[in-house]
Design a protein around this ligand. Structure first.
Ligand code: 1GP
Length: 252
């Protein structure tokens, strides 16, 4: 287990090292933009790439992963919106169950369909309790998932849901207001969830500024995920990464 992505996440958490993940939606990048994105990610010291999306229209996942792999060693973790977004070239896969919702297909249905394929693959599978939080407007994730997000101002609901995920044996909790959300998850919610669970906590959705990233890390997130803000301007990766990693200099 020592060389697995999950072991690395646990070790980083133990050392109180915050990690910065850039979300790449295969539909939103071209061969040319991926090259410059990866070059910037290497310079900015991005820790992880998350690859996936709630709705993918173009069939270029394999090509994208191959291209990233040829350019760098930054781990690629699949963040699949559906069973079609599974690829063995990646380093790991977040095996998501939408525990904030009550749509049985995304709680267990898609997972049943994917399980036999995943068992045969040489791909690290990380059981993840995925929680959609209201971020001020409907997102592709909330629409496609037919699920009601947890209200933004109800940290206790998020905390109880995360506790249930941990007790069910999930290895990660991912709090997400969805890609392009108007608001990120609140600092108070991150803090309340952090106090309720011991497993690593990923937070994403609507994070645009280094200040927000810092506050969410300080509230207890272990990994910050940013997609949209970087799609708009790749250079933002530098300030975000610097802010997140600056907290590590103060860690014990
Ligand atoms: C979405 O958490 C990710 O699932 C990233 O969201 O695109 O808003 O940064 P953004």
């Amino acid at each position: 287990m020592t060389n697995t992505i999950y072991a690395q996440l646990l070790e980083a958490k133990k050392q109180r090292q915050k990690q910065f993940a850039v979300l790449i939606d295969p539909d939103k990048v071209s061969k040319r933009t991926v090259t410059s994105l990866v070059e910037n990610a290497l310079m900015a010291k991005v820790d992880l790439f998350l690859v996936g999306g709630s709705l993918i229209v173009k069939d270029r996942l394999a090509e994208l992963i191959g291209q990233i792999k040829s350019l760098c060693n930054i781990p690629i973790v699949l963040f699949p919106g559906s069973i079609s977004q599974v690829n063995e070239q990646a380093d790991a896969l977040l095996f998501l169950s939408l525990i904030s919702g009550r749509n049985p297909d995304l709680l267990i249905g898609q997972q049943v369909l994917a399980a036999p394929m995943l068992k045969q693959m040489d791909l690290e599978v990380i059981s993840t309790g995925y929680m959609l939080i209201d971020g001020g407007k409907p997102t592709t994730a909330s629409y496609i998932s037919h699920s009601l997000p947890i209200p933004h101002d109800k940290p206790p609901i998020a905390a109880c849901t995360a506790m249930a995920g941990e007790l069910l044996g999930m290895k990660l909790i991912y709090l997400d207001t969805g890609s392009g959300a108007r608001q990120s998850v609140s600092v108070e919610m991150v803090h309340t969830v952090r106090k309720s669970i011991d497993i690593p906590l990923i937070v994403g959705g609507g994070i645009r500024s280094p200040q927000t990233a810092t506050q969410i890390c300080e509230a207890g997130a272990d990994i910050i995920v940013v997609g949209t803000a970087i799609e708009e301007d790749t250079e933002r990766m530098f300030a975000l990464s610097k802010a997140i990693h600056a907290l590590n200099e103060h860690s014990i």
